[in-house]
Design a protein around this ligand. Structure first.
Ligand code: GLN
Length: 473
């Protein structure tokens, strides 16, 4: 409609802003909305469209996870520590989306510093799941997944360190893609665990995710870990034939913790893909059970280092009337960080300390290599690996918050993908008691086009991704 000039970007953006304002009291998915800025960008987009110079994304509104630095606008990372922080520069992923003509509607709620699986760790309060407001949307990109699920925005950005794009996408019934490590620049994306963090799109469809990923990706000299690999034409690959596709099925992902309706949904999805010409082959990922402990040693170690910069001196929260420098450090950090962040910093400092480094950190790194090698061996035999995204559907608010280990287990099917640096997508694959189920498709390095192709083909055969929660439009 935008291309056909049946509607203007200004009208779309205004309607999304109205919806965001209407729904946010109930869903709490936005930390900030920028109506003036968004309408200004929309007006500029309308002139570009009028001049016939529009690209495919010009004038479309997107919400950004509040972990991406947005120049001149509050970037809180869900933390009291950064509640008053206005980013002085633009993250590369944001700059790329600006260049594509995307309109920034606002910044979405998230677990503090991206640590969490339920969005209950935000200093701005929990986000609610649009399918059942008494349940969590998943985390840490819960605000983004919620905003797309409630049809407030057509797409949003997220980040995924151990599952934070895929797990909330699964629990909210939307499509979320975690790219290969290095595909999307981390410059200006506030660091949690630098060897695992990766930004990516959350959208209703694989097609929309393909458009957003294409615009966000690419080599960035300002991120030394950014990959200098060409960006594929993700849209072009969507309709490729999947006849002959080899799908690996790891039995380790279908354990007793997995809810039966999820097993059934994945089985039904595999049948459909087989009817489309794919074949399913058993693969082995024997050390999957180690991925949670390995991930929490490595992610905590890296976060304890990354978060040492928040000391009350250079930026971020500073305690009032410090007595001396130690009091300044202790109280600023004590007041600025929430419980989960403190827990991770303590675990990280412990596993990196002189007496324990070999026993924990070094061992976790060795196991990380082993987990990666297991994926490599499996992906030598198959094109993609299909698994559930999560062991359960959305759980009730408050039900896991006092039991960190049960919370950590929400990511049992996603964290190993980050440890291996591989790309993976979660697509809606059914419902159980009215709550969405997600299917994860894991691919080889830089095979995002293949993942989007399989997801798109699946979405042409199903309508799970088209179903929206009632009551928000
Ligand atoms: N839930 C995981 C954690 O708390 C993953 C979070 C993420 O991917 N950012 O670390």
């Amino acid at each position: 409609m935008l291309r056909a000039r049946e509607i203007s970007s200004t009208e779309i953006v205004q309607s999304c802003l109205d919806r965001a304002q209407r729904c946010n009291d109930d869903l709490n998915c936005f930390i900030s909305l920028f109506p003036e800025h968004a309408l200004e960008q929309a007006k500029a987009a309308d002139s570009v469209i009028a001049a016939g110079e529009a690209g495919p994304l010009t004038g479309l509104p997107v919400a950004h996870k509040d972990i991406f630095c947005t120049a001149g606008y509050k970037t809180s990372c869900g933390s009291k520590m950064l509640d008053s922080f206005v980013a002085p520069y633009q993250a590369t992923a944001m700059a790329k989306l600006d260049a594509a003509g995307i309109v920034m509607l606002g910044k979405t709620n998230m677990d503090e510093f991206a640590m969490g699986s339920s969005n209950e760790n935000s200093c701005y309060g929990p986000v609610r799941n649009p399918w059942d407001a008494e349940r969590v949307p998943g985390g840490s990109s819960g605000g983004s997944a919620c905003a797309v699920s409630a049809r407030i925005v057509p797409a949003a950005t997220g980040t995924d360190t151990g599952g934070s794009i895929r797990q909330p996408a699964a629990l909210c019934g939307v499509t979320g893609l975690k790219p290969t490590y290095g595909r999307v620049s981390r410059y200006g994306m506030i660091a949690y665990a630098s060897s695992l963090d990766q930004g990516g799109p959350i959208a209703q469809t694989a097609q929309d995710a393909a458009m957003l990923l294409g615009a966000m990706s690419g080599h960035d000299p300002r991120d030394a870990t950014s990959a200098d690999a060409p960006v594929d034409d993700y849209l072009d690959a969507l309709n490729n034939d999947i006849r002959g596709l080899k799908i690996g099925l790891p039995k380790e992902y279908f354990s007793s913790e997995l809810e039966q309706p999820i097993t059934d949904a994945i089985t039904a999805a595999l049948n459909l893909l087989e009817q489309a010409g794919a074949s399913v082959i058993d693969v082995e990922l024997p050390h999957t059970d180690l991925s949670i402990p390995v991930y929490y040693v490595i992610a905590s170690a890296e976060c304890s280092s990354n978060l040492s910069r928040y000391d009350g001196v250079r930026f971020g929260h500073r305690c009032p009337d410090p007595e001396d420098i130690n009091d300044l450090f202790c109280r600023s950090r004590g007041e600025g960080f929430g419980d989960e962040v403190k827990r991770r910093i303590m675990i990280g400092a412990y596993v990196l300390s002189a007496g324990y480094y070999d026993a924990y950190y070094l061992k976790a790194q060795r196991l990380r290599r082993m987990l990666r090698d297991e994926f490599r061996a499996a992906l030598d035999r198959v094109d993609v690996i299909v698994t559930p995204t999560t062991p359960t559907t959305a759980f009730p608010l408050g039900s896991r918050i006092d039991d960190p280990v049960s919370m950590y287990l929400s990511d049992i099917y996603t964290v190993s993908v980050n440890l291996a640096g591989l790309p993976a997508i979660s697509v809606p694959a059914g419902f159980s008691d009215g709550l969405p189920i997600g299917m994860q498709i894991i691919g080889n390095y830089f095979q995002e086009a293949r993942l989007l192709n399989v997801a798109h083909r699946y979405q042409q055969m199903t309508d799970w991704h088209k179903q929206a929660p009632a009551g928000w439009l």
